[in-house]
Design a protein around this ligand. Structure first.
Ligand SMILES: O=C(O)CCC(=O)C(=O)O
Ligand SMILES: [Fe+2]
Length: 349
């Protein structure tokens, strides 16, 4: 009782201090405060209003035989911050990735691929051979950068039906920042990705949400707020638009509240993603989104999430200390090798 009261007082004082510090930051007479934003000089062309979609497409390698109208999809993406590309990926390959994940789960003691499990090791990324099997199988688990170890995963994330869209939305020189595989909804609260998924150029970020089964409404679908990619950026205080646990004045929770408040104020309407296996959702690095709560815990929501950046934003694997000499290219996508998992590189062929 006293302990929880003390905890509440501590958090309240911390918050007051954060606001006080922020006030000083904003009103500092010696340093003009500028509300943080993406750097205008390095914005992808699609986010530069006077750059036409036609011009963007003309800058790309030729894109014959796409099963969708690239120009229309890009216009929609530019305006709404997301788009769905229907029926563009082969089901057999999606099934293959999932069977690899099942193998890795059943034989976790052999793999030090990173994972994250609910209420395990302080929610820190942990090699899966150190996570108990029942935890790995539970709700809240994610496999991190599985594509490092799977050729099929690499071929899916660099599928020829996907790459031209990604190149047009970022730059012809795209790379993978990180990938995640979920069996169940993440149930994550509303957020934008760029404060966490950070490269040298925070605006160089798009993500693909690739279902490995049709999404059921009770499985905790992904949700998002169309057009929220244009709302003013949240200022974390001291660290600008990027979150740094040890330096930012404000917390991820403050960030979520800001996003919800701003989306509601601007009357942006929440949408829930009920797409089918083979479809892909692409979302802008600044689109507000999250995972709905799971209504039926028996319902899985197998999905593969890939965060892409450009080679200007990220010039090596994010776990590497040195640049790689000749990184692999899959259909135009640079995929750096993970120096910590070389023994598992393309383990699954
Ligand atoms: O799939 C989900 O539930 C959320 C995933 C997500 O927000 C992300 O990976 O950035
Ligand atoms: Fe996210």
């Amino acid at each position: 009782m006293i302990k929880s009261l003390l905890k509440k007082i501590y958090h309240l004082l911390k918050k007051i201090l954060a606001y006080l510090n922020y006030f000083i930051l904003v009103h500092n007479p010696f340093k003009k405060y500028v509300h943080p934003e993406f750097n205008a000089d390095s914005l992808p062309f699609i986010d530069q209003v006077n750059f036409s979609i036609e011009k963007i497409i003309n800058n790309l390698p030729p894109t014959p035989n796409l099963p969708y109208n690239l120009e229309e999809k890009l216009e929609f993406f530019r305006e709404n911050g997301y788009v769905v590309l229907e029926n563009i990926l082969p089901n057999e390959n999606l099934d293959k990735i999932w069977s690899e994940i099942e193998y890795v789960t059943e034989n976790n003691e052999k793999f030090n691929i990173l994972g994250l499990a609910h209420r395990f090791n302080d929610q820190k990324e942990t090699p899966i051979n150190l996570i108990p099997k029942d935890k790995i199988k539970g709700i809240g688990t994610r496999f991190i950068d599985f594509h490092d170890s799977s050729l099929t995963a690499k071929n899916i994330l660099a599928h020829p039906n996907l790459v031209p869209f990604l190149q047009a939305s970022l730059s012809p020189n795209i790379t993978v920042f990180q990938s995640l595989i979920f069996k169940y909804s993440s149930q994550q609260s509303i957020h934008q990705d760029f404060p966490w998924v950070t490269t040298k150029i925070p605006s160089h970020l798009v993500a693909a949400w690739i279902p490995m089964e049709d999404v059921h409404i009770d499985a905790g679908p992904l949700f998002y707020y169309p057009k929220s990619h244009r709302i003013p950026k949240f200022d974390f205080g001291r660290t600008g638009i990027i979150y740094k646990e040890d330096q930012s004045l404000f917390s991820p929770d403050d960030f979520s509240k800001y996003l919800l408040r701003t989306c509601n104020k601007l009357q942006l309407k929440k949408e829930v993603l009920l797409i089918k296996k083979g479809d892909v959702l692409i979302w802008h690095g600044a689109l507000a989104h999250g995972g709905m709560p799971i209504n039926d815990p028996k319902r899985t929501r197998k999905s593969f999430v890939v965060h892409y950046s450009t080679t200007d934003g990220l010039s090596q694997h994010r776990r590497a200390d040195f640049p790689e000499k000749n990184p692999d290219k899959f259909n135009g996508v640079t995929i750096f090798s993970n120096p910590l998992l070389i023994h598992l590189k393309d383990f699954f062929k």
